[in-house]
Design a binder for this molecule. Sequence first.
Ligand code: AHR
Length: 502
Amino acid sequence: MVAKAKMTVDKHFTIGEVDKRLYGSFIEHLGRAVYGGIYEPGHPEANEAGFRKDVLELVKELQVPIVRYPGGNFVSGYNWEDSVGPVAERKRRLELAWRTIETNEFGFNEFVDWSKQANSEVMMAVNLGTRGVDAARNIVEYSNHPSGSYYSDLRVKHGYKEPHNIKTWCLGNEMDGPWQIGHKNAVEYGRVALEAAKVMKWTDPSIELVACGSSNIGMPSFPEWEATVLDHTYDHVDYLSLHQYYGNHDQDTPTFLARSIEMDRFIDTVNATCDYIKAKKRSKKTMFLSFDEWNVWFHSNENDQKLDPWQIAPPQLEDVYNHEDALVVGCMLISLLKHANRVKVACLAQLVNVIAPIMTENGGAAWRQTIFYPFMHASIYGRGTALVPLIQSPKYDTKEITDVPYLESIAVHNEEKGEVTVFAVNRHLEEALPLEVDLRSFEGFTLLEHIVLESDDLKAYNTSATPNRVAPHRNGNATVSDSIVNANLAKASWNVIRLKLK
Ligand code: AHR
């Protein structure tokens, strides 16, 4: 039997307010994310705009407050002007990032419309690969300026009298990566990001900007890239981005489940680098983080190599997620919550079909992948104040990562609703983990429910024919006595223990 794990939380020991944008996501013009995903005119579920209502309903279930668009690698070759105005006049383009044909049938304004129907905000990226300062200021003018200038009047002419008022803008994407169209070194990027930031904010001073950090923790230029980019941009940007994907490439599940510990270290190192530049500049401003791409991504890698180029919306990056992937996503969500004081925006990459919680068939069904559930639970119940998790847990070692606690956990206090929610993953693959949560400073509470995502098979997944093969149940065994919660966390499980404060 595994030794008991214990978590102590106190309502006064807070990490910080959870920004609702921590539960953002991402739609790129890539594969079937747009065409066949959120947009499919002619589908029986399509509304008059061609948006799939079945997909919109699933997106609403996830309560996604912000969606990044239109890339990703795609944005580094994106001519935003191609994607607005009369559809019949829009240009078809060779899309070089993913080697497809982009018809531009669905463009910027359509995405703004779709986001409204999804109850979400837009997080818009500008092209700092093939374009630059001029295109960046023009799209802000088109999007956010009321009227009376060339680009704002063009938007009005295109049928959008009111400005879109997009608040959050990304200064390019993964510009440190040699795969990027218009890849730059840190000084080149730092310079263009600074100049773009200046004119974008001169056009609309109310916007917030995200500068590109490293594409992942393994980049050779990490964290020097961050330091150099911030040296140029610190006073002009509001967030620095992080991206990270994990995969069970070696079929070593204990290591795969421990990857979120690397994510913790990644965030800590980026915070330290931001604070170094803050000190160097004698600045009073704290840089916040935008973890605007994160997920599991590896299942589809081999298949993607086999796809013929220059197709319209081919099935790219269509990872089919299994139960263990959902556990990793759960651990990554807990990692984000543990850093809620600095990570203010995060985007699960992506939202539909492309490494996504929602899958569709062209002309057919839409369903929830395994990773849908931890994301939905965190998005719904993980709002409020993240509390410092003091954890004592039995541990294990893998070849790569040592001292891995079997328990990954955090509690979030929602004062407005009078609720505390404990999120917990048991990383043990063979045994249940007894857990005691001590909530000593909360005066009385009852158990609302204990939701569990477990499976008899770590590799089980959902399909259109078996959409509920992996799905949560509400029959968890948590009990409450005084200020203590006890539960026996099923092996390899994701748990949501919801408490109502008296
Ligand atoms: O999300 C898929 C791709 O991953 C994005 O286009 C890119 O930014 C990252 O490398």
